[in-house]
Design a protein around this ligand. Structure first.
Ligand code: G6P
Length: 369
């Protein structure tokens, strides 16, 4: 087993560090920045469907559902197609409205999640086109879907999903660009520049991993917390949800992810001097808004740990800790901001003596409903 862990203490840590590679593998052979093109072999047959679709419905569970939320922002932004993101377990039981020109995208690392499979079968019966985003080749979901694109994250052993999540986000980013290309909703120059930047993301993820040292210090300070709040806006919101899920899954600290502006409708009541609040405050369109949310937390003496863009000074003056990640287009923020959140959860869980690779009560793949 030591060999399999490749010198890392846990599979989870190994998988966190594999992300520059797994993200690269998930886009390799699919993007052509010089020609400004995206190619997704498993979607070609459905490109007409995609052009004429009225909407996309994403179905998934757990971490894959969070990837779906990122997909919603990206597909709506770039392809101007309405997207709904559904928990497979809710979707399947509520007699959902499904049209023949709907495209359903099912996201699943394992390809075996029972609720996701049932949601696919239901949508199929109603005549929708089903595309899959799965990691395990030859698993059940790719066999149930009409087409799709694999994530190439490689086997994920840690129960808490890390590299599979960023690989799903990578593929959803490609699907958003592909749909934009088909529908002509992005100018060629914009698409070309996004693809050029996407190609550099694996090396930026490498830099995001270099935040590990400061994160160990932050984990030391907050390892005995009983609660934690994660805040973000835009694509930072699903990243906050995923950050909170990771922390509760492996460290058993109660954590909530919230859209930063929604905090004042409830969670703000929880904030006192004991409460760590992890905020995604990178330089993008919601930066100024996030700064006012940080001030709201500060005014109630909460402890701020901010994920910021390299070189930021404004948030640095307000936060108790800052974690700097490289600058990138807003579209790629989830791929970078997720990394330090995974590391925070990992180190806190290890310091608390938790079994990070096999947390209590959780299964890698949930094949019962
Ligand atoms: C379980 C796993 C999660 C995963 C979820 C959905 O709860 O512990 O990590 O996100 O199932 O699994 P899937 O294989 O469909 O992505």
């Amino acid at each position: 087993e030591m060999l399999e862990k490749g010198g890392y203490d846990h599979f989870m840590l190994k998988e966190i560090y594999e992300q520059p590679r797994s993200i690269y593998d998930s886009m390799r052979g699919r993007i052509y920045p010089l020609e400004g093109k995206v190619q997704l072999g498993g979607l070609v047959e459905y490109s007409e469907k995609l052009r004429n679709a009225n909407r996309i419905i994403i179905v998934a569970c757990g971490t894959s559902w969070h990837a779906g939320l990122v997909g919603e922002y990206l597909i709506e932004e770039f392809a101007r197609l309405p997207v709904e993101v559904e928990y497979a377990s809710e979707f399947r039981y509520r007699n959902p409205v499904i049209y023949e020109n709907d495209i359903v995208i099912a996201i699943s690392q394992s390809g075996e999640t029972a609720d996701t499979m049932a949601a696919i079968e239901l949508a199929k019966e109603k005549g929708a086109t089903i595309l899959g985003i799965c990691n395990v080749v030859g698993s059940s979901i790719p066999r149930l879907t009409h087409g799709g694109a694999y994530t190439h994250a490689g086997p994920e052993i840690g129960v808490a999903s890390t590299k599979a999540f960023t690989a799903q986000v990578t593929v959803l980013t490609l699907i958003a660009f592909y749909a934009a290309q088909i529908k002509g909703t992005l100018s060629q120059s914009k698409l070309t520049s996004l693809l050029t930047e996407l190609e550099s993301i694996p090396s930026l993820v490498e830099k995001a991993l270099a935040t590990n040292d400061i994160i160990v210090k932050i984990a030391e300070e907050f390892k005995d917390s009983t609660n934690c709040i994660f805040l973000g806006r835009g694509t930072g919101f699903p990243v906050a949800l995923e950050g909170a899920l990771k922390l509760k899954e492996i460290s058993y600290i109660h954590a909530e992810g919230y859209p930063a502006a929604e905090m004042k409708h409830g969670p703000i009541a929880l904030i006192d001097e004991q409460m760590p609040v992890i905020v995604i405050a990178t330089k993008n369109s919601s930066y100024e808004k996030v700064i006012s949310n940080i001030q709201e937390v500060k005014a109630r003496k909460g402890k701020i740990i901010a994920i910021v863009t390299e070189g930021d000074t404004e948030v640095k003056n307000m936060a108790d800790y800052v974690i700097e990640i490289p600058h990138a287009d807003e579209a790629f923020l989830p791929l970078l901001a997720t990394i330090p959140l995974q590391l925070i959860s990992y180190h806190i869980a290890v310091m608390r003596g938790c079994n990070v690779d096999q947390p209590r009560n959780l299964a890698k793949s949930v094949t019962v409903e």
